[in-house]
Design a protein around this ligand. Sequence first.
Ligand SMILES: [Zn+2]
Length: 161
Amino acid sequence: MKDLPKTKEEAKLERYGCWAGHPKGNPFNEKCCAAHIMTTGRGALPAQCGRSPGHGPEKLYCKTHADEFFPGETATWYKTGSSYDWEIKEVQVCAETDKFIKIVSESSQAESRSTLKVSGYDRYWRTRKQAVAHLLDRAKRGLESAKRSVVDLENRIKTLK
Ligand SMILES: [Zn+2]
């Protein structure tokens, strides 16, 4: 079977419902699951799955098709840590809900664990770009705060002279 799209970009290049009578098919409808199906009933034709997406790679698939086509599939996410830690670590994620992700443990023996996407310390990002943007924002806020401290200290020094 042809590889199913795993990113929105790939899905946008996909054509649905192609057959001899409609060779060019239809473009991807992003309000629907990205899987190909056959319509039911007489004269079954290929089509895009009509169910709501929200599961699987980049949430492109309905639950049924995500479970069918991407069982145990993992995606690389990026983790940023506490305010003293400027590292971006890659983690393998095998499932996602609104608030939680399930990380496949680094050592294959250990069990996978669920964790909050955003906690007091750690945050998990879908793309490296998002993780970098978060650290940059944190650095800028730190710099602003440091500047305010300098001004404050300079004022104190003036009053002590
Ligand atoms: Zn589907």
